[in-house]
Ligand binder design. Structure first.
Ligand code: AR6
Length: 177
């Protein structure tokens, strides 16, 4: 059974097979986790992203999808880039489904590569504005429902507030199940 762990820290420092990047559909980098991954991982990741754009995603990687590159100088083997939805209260249900899809698709890509350990940030919960408690609930539910064949899925939360949200969500989901 896949172990789900929560840690407070920096995703670029995780020694796991695959780290997930909260990217945007251009795949050409940005701020937040995306900026940190490209900065620490070096230019090899961006070069692969450009190649993927040219070969498959000329119009950009759609929201809710995921695609992998190598991890450059990061202590991981692969980066799985996924595009979260921007938060908007109006069509919450549809956007929440896209956020869940980011987790499912990233897990499928990672399992397809042969990864045993995968680290996620709180996708969409930064620049894309998703409220942390809700983002945490969606993330944990998606991973539990997908039930991937992995040893560990690690959520790497940047700061005490994000960590507390995930801990609360895990407790609540555990009580339901
Ligand atoms: N390690 C772990 N978590 C981090 C790190 C880090 N090094 N840095 C930030 N976080 P965000 P999004 C947290 O904004 O909301 C980019 O420009 C952060 O505190 O990285 O999906 C992309 O190119 C927050 O809790 O991603 C897109 O344009 C969470 O990671 C856009 O931002 C996600 O925040 C995507 O926005």
């Amino acid at each position: 059974m896949t172990q789900i762990t929560l840690v407070q820290g920096d995703i670029t420092e995780q020694q796991v097979d695959a780290v997930v990047n909260a990217a945007n559909s251009s795949l050409l980098g940005g701020g937040g986790v995306d900026g940190a991954i490209h900065r620490r991982g070096g230019p090899e990741i961006l070069a692969e992203c450009r190649a993927l754009r040219a070969s498959h995603y000329g119009k950009g990687l759609p929201t809710g999808r995921a695609v992998a590159t190598t991890a450059g100088r990061l202590p991981a083997r692969w980066v799985v880039h996924t595009v979260g939805p921007v938060y908007r209260a109006e069509d919450h249900r549809q956007r929440a489904e896209l956020l869940a899809s980011c987790y499912r698709e990233s897990l499928r890509v990672a399992v397809g590569l042969g990864a045993r350990t995968v680290a996620f940030p709180a996708v969409s919960a930064g620049i894309y504005g998703w409220p942390l408690d809700d983002a945490a609930r969606i993330a944990l539910t998606a991973v539990v429902e997908e039930a991937p064949d992995l040893d560990e899925v690690r959520f790497v939360l940047f700061g005490a507030e994000a960590y507390a949200s995930f801990e609360r969500a895990r407790r609540e989901l555990g009580e339901q199940g």
